[in-house]
Design a protein around this ligand. Structure first.
Ligand SMILES: [Zn+2]
Ligand SMILES: [Zn+2]
Length: 280
């Protein structure tokens, strides 16, 4: 036997070894994968049992809730989920209670404005100016002009109705310059502070239940069907008829919240109606 043979044998053994290790690794991966799937199925089961205990309208809001989303990630990463589940469950139910309180407590009388905006008080006049200025500076799903500097999804719009500078607008001329350099940054800061302090937001016009409560948005062509693309933008009355006749859903509030969505660009066009209600 020469040195070459030895070398060849050693290489062959090494090759076999590698092959075996590779297979083992594959099996291990598969095993881990199955374990993970099993674990996720168990989680889904826990969540769906919990969701069955929660009222549908609240559940709908819960799944959009920031605190809940954060908690859910924590749950998904916790390897000791089964032991800790009771603790998580009570935290989730607490969030659901908070949502329930907000849903029932925020009645939000929209500001009535006569059709020509005449005979409204000074403060309302200023608020109308603010909303009109904002509309020009805001972009929806895409930016169309250079001067659009704030997104309709900005937190400002979540809190605008209760921002101190909107509730008590400053007594100054609302030039474009003043608005962009002073008032807009102030409003944004106020909204961020309200958000950081976890103040319950007022009804929000980009969410269905909010859009039905604020100003006169329900009469504008800002709603669409979530279940199909057949229906053009429409007011809530027409959308209700549509989900009843086309999708054969009873048009109760839960179904309307579930089957309808708000179009952000259409809301932007109708921003005035997200804050004020015309008296016709
Ligand atoms: Zn539809
Ligand atoms: Zn009107």
């Amino acid at each position: 036997m020469n040195a070459d043979d030895n070398m060849r044998r050693a290489l062959n053994n090494l090759r076999k070894d590698v092959g075996r290790k590779y297979k083992e690794t594959k099996n291990y991966e598969k095993w881990m994968f199955n374990l993970r799937q099993f674990y996720l199925r168990g989680q889904d089961d826990l969540f769906s049992r919990l969701h069955a205990e929660i009222n549908r309208e609240i559940l709908f809001k819960l799944q959009e809730d920031y605190e809940y989303k954060k908690l859910k990630i924590e749950v998904q990463c916790n390897p000791f989920l089964v032991q800790d589940w009771q603790k998580y469950k009570s935290r989730i139910l607490q969030i659901a209670q908070r949502i329930d309180r907000n849903l029932t407590s925020t009645t939000f009388p929209p500001t009535m404005v006569s059709s020509k905006n005449r005979s409204v008080d000074k403060i309302t006049q200023k608020r109308i100016k603010i909303v009109k200025r904002l509309r020009k500076l805001t972009y929806g799903s895409k930016r169309i002009s250079q001067c659009q500097i704030i997104s309709i999804f900005d937190v400002l719009y979540v809190y605008l109705p209760i921002c101190p500078s909107f509730l008590n607008p400053p007594d100054l001329e609302y030039s474009q310059e003043f608005f962009i350099r002073k008032l807009l940054p102030t409003l944004k800061k106020e909204a961020e502070q309200l958000c950081a302090s976890r103040t319950a937001p007022p009804p929000y016009f980009l969410e269905m239940d909010g859009a039905l409560k604020v100003g006169g948005l329900r009469d504008q062509l800002v709603f669409e069907c979530r279940l199909c693309n057949e229906l053009a933008l429409n007011n809530i009355k027409k959308v209700r008829l549509h989900i009843k006749s086309v999708h054969e859903l009873d048009d109760n509030l839960n179904n309307v919240l579930y089957a309808t969505k708000v179009n952000c660009d259409a809301v932007l066009t109708n921003l005035f109606h997200a804050f004020f209600l015309h008296q016709h």
